[in-house]
Design a protein around this ligand. Structure first.
Ligand code: FES
Length: 354
């Protein structure tokens, strides 16, 4: 269950014409709650014109720095525009403890590891935190980053990236709307481009992990390219930075029950409170329906990406419209993204306190 804490904004730094990095003063009594692993994110909760808006932002700092996030303006994005234009140093913002499975942990068995990352735009944020960690604690590990942007002026954290570069940490900047001398680094990262890029760095084919972070098209095309090079699926980790436009195929947690007429009695448990309501399989998501019942259920993106709304089905069956955040194992264990879940049996119990 996501709990929010109010912390003071200690620094706002303009990174590019449309992005900022924002640092927070974390009260020392909450240091344990806010301990994070590079690659994780926090959820911000702000009230904008009376609307409870929540968004997840990846942490860009190393674990020795003040907790910092990178926020790039999104066209029509209420929260990202608010954070870029209205937020000031000294303001208090509600944030949740760090979470997320996209992280530099439990990968490889030795101290000397090898990583590759493909990032685009603000997708650099968690990758920067990872690179900082490697440069601090694993000076012999190698990190190769392909970082794509429209033009040079869109590159977030350029100074930090340059300062961190050394013989083991290298970044190849790719531009889609800026000519560069080497054709290889020009153009969109689609499947052929990702293949070309990897083939130019064959010594990294045996990396311990491949991190993909950015919009959907870049993620899925580079994933395909990596798989076609024989890279084990388990080694490819990704974090979507935009809500997918097209829905994925339906993910069935369990098969539909033959006696099910579409109407379900749903029980939701959250913060030790239990609420029952009727819900049709074609109606609201279980998350929205629970919110209608005034339950303070956790959510952020509502787009199958952030995993904040994760819950466990303890009785019955559900179906999800999309899933970009849970692993196959988690789905098998009964976990769902409640923002995507609809009942698929006459009775369903969903537990947010799992
Ligand atoms: S709220 Fe982000 S995955 Fe459901």
């Amino acid at each position: 269950m996501a709990q929010f804490y109010s912390f003071k904004v200690s620094q706002i730094k303009r990174e590019t014409h449309d992005s900022v990095s924002i640092s927070f003063d974390i009260d020392s009594k909450y240091h344990d709650d806010f301990r994070y692993v590079p690659g994780q994110y926090i959820t911000i909760k702000v009230d904008i014109d009376g609307e409870d808006c929540r968004r997840s932002y990846s942490i860009s700092s190393s674990i020795t720095e003040k907790l910092t996030i990178g926020v790039k303006k999104v066209e029509g994005g209420k929260v990202s525009n608010f954070m870029n234009e209205k937020l000031s140093v000294g303001d208090y913002v509600e944030i949740s403890a760090p979470q997320g499975n996209f992280k530099l942990e439990n990968i490889g068995s030795q101290n000397i590891r090898k990583f590759v990352a493909f990032a685009a735009g603000s997708g650099i944020t968690p990758i920067l935190s990872m690179i900082k960690e490697i440069s601090l604690r694993e000076v012999k590990s190698e990190f190769l980053l392909f970082y794509s942007n429209k033009t040079i002026r869109d590159v977030m954290f350029q100074k930090d990236i340059n300062l961190l570069s050394n013989e083991n940490i290298s970044t190849k900047f790719i531009f889609t709307r800026e000519d560069v001398e080497k054709k290889l680094y020009n153009g969109r990262i689609n499947e052929p481009k990702a293949l070309e890029l990897m083939r130019s760095e064959m010594s990294f084919l045996n990396a311990d992990a491949f991190f993909l972070c950015g919009p959907e098209e870049m993620i899925f095309s580079s994933k395909k390219a990596l798989e076609s090079l024989g890279i084990d699926k388990e080694k490819i980790k990704f974090e979507l930075f935009t809500t997918p436009v097209e829905k994925d195929e339906e993910v069935i947690v369990e098969t539909l029950n033959e006696d099910f007429d579409g109407n379900s009695k749903v029980t939701v448990i959250c913060d030790d409170e239990e609420v029952d309501f009727d819900l049709n399989k074609d109606g609201d998501s279980i998350l929205d329906a629970a919110m209608e019942q005034d339950l303070d259920v956790p959510f952020s993106c509502k787009g199958a990406v952030c995993c904040t709304c994760k819950a466990k089905v303890t009785k019955g069956k559900v179906i999800m419209d999309a899933n970009y955040a849970l692993s196959d194992q988690e789905v098998e264990d009964g976990y769902i993204l409640s923002c995507q879940a609809h009942p698929a049996s006459a009775e369903v119990t969903v537990d947010f306190d799992f």
